[in-house]
Design a protein around this ligand. Structure first.
Ligand code: G3P
Ligand code: CA
Length: 331
């Protein structure tokens, strides 16, 4: 079973279950609250490492489908990640890309509904989520691109994801490209918080079996969540390799602490700057690195060994992984 298309088109970011799972679930409420804890409690926060399924168990099933989410829970994930996009009619859906063509058959179903955009030297056709109603999006096959066994899988609304995951694991929504959606008249932050509020999940500890952590690459978006919208759920500032040092310094981490509970750097950033883990912990921020997957383990023997290095040698708190079944729990 292989992905038939390559690299996720990040939206140009201006983008051993049983006992272990039961233990994890019992700890989750405390962890979500601990993510907001002051610097002095950092050590306690590090004692339990967190297993986050990246787009679900996305090494084994098509990302962000029900298959991937439920398998992640079976595999012992403590949180299941949802990347959020917004449909033309304002519905939050779970999809990594701003466009539909990588992971669905939109080109067959809606052949004329593309936009032609310039990407580098090329003009390309893109089918934007925000150009389609949810009713239209529901017609798409979101599984065949990954493997024929998953033909007919559907794109899920955030509500469908909440309903499927609630009580079994935590939710870890990422607000994707909130500025881009803002330009299109959508308020992603309010929509996300509204969905959580309607489900009674907008406060830390509201449902001990379903803690919620919100993530974004946009510091402005997280500041709005924390400030203007008064969200007190833990917020995690994602940091990518294009950051060029903007957020990777102890001074900036102190700034981030004013609105975020943690940082989410790419693993490459931490390989280059392992001292950033200590800087973050010193100011009371958790460190959750991305992305650990069996198809890309670099110099490590396997993904379990790679995660183990980051968790137990570099000392990070949590990992986003496509392989939650390989999470190296030490106790
Ligand atoms: O959200 C953590 C990680 O998922 C960020 O990368 O591109 O997979 O959303 P991406
Ligand atoms: Ca993500």
């Amino acid at each position: 079973m292989r992905h038939t298309r390559t690299a996720a088109k990040e939206p140009r970011r201006e983008a051993g279950r049983a006992a272990t799972a039961r233990l994890s679930l019992a700890l989750l409420a405390g962890l979500a609250v601990a993510a907001c804890a002051p610097a002095g409690e950092t050590q306690a926060r590090q004692e339990h490492k967190i297993n986050i399924a990246h787009r679900g168990a996305s090494s084994y099933a098509p990302e962000h489908t029900m298959h991937a989410y439920l398998l992640a829970i079976e595999q012992g994930a403590e949180y299941v990640e949802q990347d959020l996009q917004i449909t033309k009619d304002g519905i939050l859906v779970c999809l990594h890309d701003l466009t539909l063509e990588r992971t669905t058959n939109v080109e067959e179903v809606f052949p004329d509904r593309y936009r032609e955009v310039t990407r580098g030297p090329n003009m390309v056709r893109e089918w934007w989520v925000s150009d389609f109603t949810f009713e239209e999006i529901k017609q798409l096959d979101a599984g065949s691109w990954f493997d024929a066994r998953f033909a007919g899988s559907k794109i899920l609304t955030f509500q469908e994801a909440i309903d499927a995951i609630r009580g079994k694991a935590g939710l870890y929504p990422e607000m994707k490209a909130p500025e881009t959606y803002g330009e299109r008249g959508f308020d992603m932050e309010r929509l996300t918080l509204k969905a959580l509020t309607e489900n009674g999940l907008d406060q830390p500890g509201a449902d001990p079996k379903t803690p919620v952590i919100i993530q974004s690459f946009s510091a402005e978006s997280l500041k709005k969540m924390h400030g203007e919208l008064g969200c007190r759920l833990p917020l995690v500032l994602l940091i990518d390799e294009m950051d060029r040092g903007k957020w990777v310094s102890i001074e900036r981490f102190r700034e981030a602490k004013a609105f975020a509970a943690g940082i989410g750097p790419s693993k490459r950033i931490l390989e280059a700057r392992p001292e950033a883990v200590r800087w973050a912990h010193d100011v009371g921020l958790t460190v959750t690195a991305y992305t650990f997957r069996s198809s890309n383990v670099g110099k490590y023997k396997d993904v379990a060994e790679e995660m183990s290095h980051f968790l137990y040698e570099l000392g990070i708190d949590a990992v986003f992984t496509d392989n939650p079944d390989k999470f190296p729990r030490r106790r």
